[in-house]
Design a protein around this ligand. Structure first.
Ligand code: ADP
Length: 244
């Protein structure tokens, strides 16, 4: 469903992505691991057109972009519309209710009819276990609840692909589980997901594919039990020893 070839991205003299190749199967969960600064977030942002790579190609379903040919804004918008992003810290609008946070994108960016958007957003809040929090403001919600609103918000855009950037790393330990549970449910429903996370147990239980990045390249990838239990590369081994 997703095919990435030779993706590079620099910030000034810093070559953050140095030729990333990656394939993601439809309905699969890919976990991206790697040390801080290895380019994981930048890679996700490139998939979502929040960053524009210098060269390389990205195809998501039937939308293909060749960055070497300087895609138009319309092409970038089309690529962005394919995926929904869940950020490390939810980044909800503080003065809007949970429901308004979820309806914002579909109403104003996608200009879909209000009644339909509200019904769908209400159902999505119920799906992430927050049916009773529709009218709550972000400051009235726990970190885990806010992050679940963030997931509902990503789903409301009707993406084909879900991208998660360390969705639990800013949470109190006791609320991590509720967010991972929602993500497990989404995986079980067949969502295609790319997840940057250090939650190794989640990766072993839920991922179909694990990718270890370091220094802007994919160092090793494969099935969770291979990469996480018997990594072939020394760099992967050292990283896992540090975080486990
Ligand atoms: P990771 O997610 O693996 O921690 P990032 O993709 O966030 O890695 O960052 C990779 C490198 O790129 C880091 O050195 C970071 O400081 C740098 N970087 C990321 N975004 C920018 C930016 N907008 N401008 C300059 N440098 C950036």
């Amino acid at each position: 469903m997703v095919e990435v070839h030779g993706l590079t991205k620099s910030f000034g003299a810093l070559h953050v992505l140095q030729g990333i190749d990656l394939g993601v199967g439809r309905g699969s969960v890919t976990v991206l691991l790697g040390p801080s600064g290895s380019g994981k977030t930048t890679f996700l942002r490139c998939l979502n057109s929040l960053e524009v790579p210098e060269v390389g190609t990205v195809r998501i379903d039937d939308v293909a972009v060749d960055f070497a040919r300087r895609p138009s804004r319309a092409e970038l918008r089309r690529l962005r519309a394919m995926s929904g992003m869940v950020f490390q810290s939810h980044e909800l609008f503080p003065h809007r209710t949970a429901l308004q946070n979820v309806t914002e994108g579909p109403l104003y960016a996608q200009r879909r009819p209000a009644a339909q958007v509200t019904a769908e957003a209400t159902a999505l809040l119920a799906k992430v276990g927050l049916a009773d929090k529709a009218d709550a403001y972000p400051h009235e919600l726990s970190g885990g609840q806010q992050q679940r609103v963030g997931i509902a918000r990503a789903l409301a855009l009707r993406p084909r692909l879900l991208l998660f950037d360390e969705p639990t790393s800013a949470l109190d330990p006791e609320t991590v589980g509720e967010v991972l549970t929602v993500m497990r449910d989404l995986a079980a429903e067949g969502w295609t997901m790319v997840v940057v996370t250090h939650e190794i147990r989640f990766a072993r239980q839920v991922a179909d594919h694990v990718v270890f990045m370091d220094g802007g390249v994919v160092v090793e990838e494969g099935r969770p039990d291979d990469v996480l239990v018997e990594p072939r590369q020394e760099r992967t081994r050292r990283f896992l020893q540090r975080i486990l």
